[in-house]
Design a protein around this ligand. Structure first.
Ligand SMILES: Nc1ncnc2c1ncn2[C@@H]1O[C@H](COP(=O)(O)OP(=O)(O)OP(=O)(O)O)[C@@H](O)[C@H]1O
Length: 568
């Protein structure tokens, strides 16, 4: 039950709705018991006496109880569902608040399909927590105790039988099935997760699977996962039916006992026969309310597992981020002896790097594939926390700064940039929602996309754009943002060299006071950079201006020679 503590806390944030729902639930339950009880009494009274007034009063009571029962049921549904949906919205908010600081590291631990299944499926499963786990036993408990209290005035023996029946149907049978369910290996939630993982991969990798003629195998795997999930659901359904049958059987048995014990007491002269039908009908009505308890084990286990699966994700230590604002004015970025290691990896991806990036300067980071350039960029973006060393922005330690505040000051273009379904305009406005069409068109012109209309449709992930167009659109987005720190990771790797050069020229000429950090594979055109940083195995092996490095005839010079010999 401890797994559900957090969910219970969120549910009880809506204490008022929960209490009103319990109150109406109790009224509905007790009114239906009273309805049946008074009809039993009416039957006996009609058979045994001919007092018209009592019969008329009882008939009026029947109508009143019927009306009260229907009305209270409506109130119960209204308030319990309102409390449930508010709890779900609290849950989603609290889950995302705890999840977002874990991104993007979370993707190395969980596959996207799995995350999706947890975020959507498991959160959704928890809508049953109040409606079918927490609330029914509470309402039933109160209704039953009231019934036991009422019947004890007529016959203590019958009250005891009803009390034992209550313990069996509300506590013992559901607890037995819950424990059975916990120990059975019905992993429906995990199976649903597996199915979501495979389906997402199938969707993402459809084209590659088709090209490599591997669609068949993957399809089969999907079918197997779907079959397992179906089988799990089938077994779950059977188990629920069994619980329902046993609970209904026990309830019927108890009503039978009430009749038998009542008949015995009537025969023994300990109970007035007038009340026998009333007590039997009360018992039948009270046990009719027990039906939702049959589903309790399924929903209890489902809620428990969903809560555990959600907790698993967000139960990572939360990295404490700073709260200070980024200082005003031109910003510099300084790395001192900075190292970073990916979780679970042996080697440092960034190894004792010291670097000072000043406003108004242009720095290129070059090096062979896998040398740590992109990781260094993520470190500068404060996405990856340093394992060792210092990162300061504008003279302040990055740890003390608010991460959103740091990103707000940066124009960022990564190797892969996401484009949303919409138009060119909507994709550019992401960077600055206040930008005018004129500003957007100017940005498009600077990246040589002036032939693009702002109303052109962009398909999901920018599928209808070429690689180079996507990169230029990402630069245009950075231009629209208009900040002074430029962090660009291979921004023009898919753009032809003439256009790329023209874009760089525009950027450098019109943003002379800005700070540029550009990762590049291409060693051509670096003459314009103020500083070239050469990386190898996570370390800076050389740095300086183009002329300095060429004159030094060191590592960069050799890379240039290799590049020249390859292309000559
Ligand atoms: N998420 C990750 N988890 C573990 N190791 C990683 C991860 N991403 C990168 N690495 C490793 O870190 C090292 C540096 O990778 P990085 O992507 O920074 O290199 P790079 O110089 O940018 O390469 P490229 O030029 O090919 O983009 C590589 O050895 C890589 O295998």
């Amino acid at each position: 039950m401890s797994e559900l503590k957090h969910i219970l806390k969120l549910t009880l944030l809506e204490k008022k709705d929960v209490l009103i729902a319990i109150f109406f639930g109790f009224l509905a339950g007790i009114a239906s018991v009273a309805l049946m009880g008074s009809s039993g009494y009416l039957i006996s009274k009609a058979a045994l006496t001919s007092q018209m007034t009592t019969l008329v009063v009882m008939a009026a009571c029947l109508k009143l109880f019927g009306f009260a029962s229907a009305l209270s049921r409506y109130g119960e549904r209204l308030y319990s569902h309102r409390a449930t949906f508010t709890m779900l919205s609290h849950l989603r908010v609290s889950f995302f608040e705890r999840l977002s600081p874990l991104a993007p590291g979370i993707f190395s631990k969980y596959r996207s399909g799995d995350l999706l299944s947890r975020i959507v499926g498991d959160v959704e499963s928890l809508q049953n927590f109040l409606l079918r786990v927490f609330y029914p036993p509470v309402v039933l408990g109160i209704v039953f105790l009231s019934v036991v209290f009422f019947t004890s005035f007529f016959s203590l023996g019958i009250a005891i039988v009803i009390f034992i029946g209550m313990l069996l149907t509300v506590v013992v049978v559901p607890a037995l099935f819950s424990s059975r369910k916990r120990h059975a290996n019905g992993q429906v939630r995990a199976q649903r997760g597996n199915f979501a993982i495979e389906a997402t991969e199938f969707l993402y990798g459809f084209r590659d699977l088709q090209i490599h003629q591997q669609l068949g195998g993957k399809k089969q795997q999907l079918k197997d996962d779907a079959a397992q999930y179906n089988e799990g659901q089938r077994k779950e359904g059977l188990e629920e039916n069994l619980a329902q049958s046993i609970n209904a059987f026990v309830a019927l048995l108890v009503s039978f006992f009430v009749l038998a014990v009542g008949a015995y007491f009537v025969a023994a002269g300990e109970l007035n026969g007038l009340y026998l039908a009333l007590l039997v009908m009360i018992s039948i009505a009270a046990f009719e309310n027990v039906a939702p308890m049959a589903a309790f084990p399924t929903y209890f286990e489902e809620s428990r597992k969903a809560a555990v699966r959600l907790e698993e994700i967000v139960d990572e230590p939360i990295l404490q981020r700073g709260t200070e604002a980024v200082p005003n004015g031109p910003l510099d970025i300084k790395l001192t002896n900075a190292s970073f290691r990916y979780p679970g990896e042996q080697d440092l991806a960034v190894d004792r790097v010291s670097l000072h990036l000043k406003p108004g300067t242009k720095t290129a980071i070059v090096g062979p594939s896998g040398s740590g350039k992109s990781t260094l960029m993520q470190v500068l973006l404060t996405v990856f926390p340093l394992s060792q060393g210092q990162l300061s922005i504008g003279g302040k330690s990055a740890e003390t700064l608010m991460q959103e505040g740091v990103w707000q000051e940066m124009n960022i273009v990564l190797q892969e940039n996401h484009f949303f379904y919409g138009t060119i305009r909507s994709n550019l406005l992401i960077a600055n929602s206040a930008a005018t069409d004129e500003q957007l068109n100017l940005a498009l012109m600077k990246v040589q996309l002036d032939n693009f209309s702002l109303d052109i449709k962009v398909e999901e992930k920018g599928q209808n754009l070429s690689g180079g167009q996507k990169q230029r659109l990402a630069i245009a987005r950075a231009l629209v943002k208009g900040k002074s720190l430029w962090l660009l990771d291979e921004p023009v790797s898919s753009v032809d060299s003439v256009t790329a050069l023209a874009i760089y020229q525009q950027l450098f000429q019109q943003h002379k006071d800005d700070l540029f950090v550009i990762i590049s594979h291409d060693l051509a055109g670096l003459e314009k950079m103020d500083q070239i940083v050469v990386m190898e195995k996570g370390r800076i092996v050389e740095s300086g201006s183009y002329d300095m490095l060429m004159a030094k005839k060191g590592y960069f010079y050799q890379l240039k020679q290799i590049e020249n010999s390859v292309f000559v």
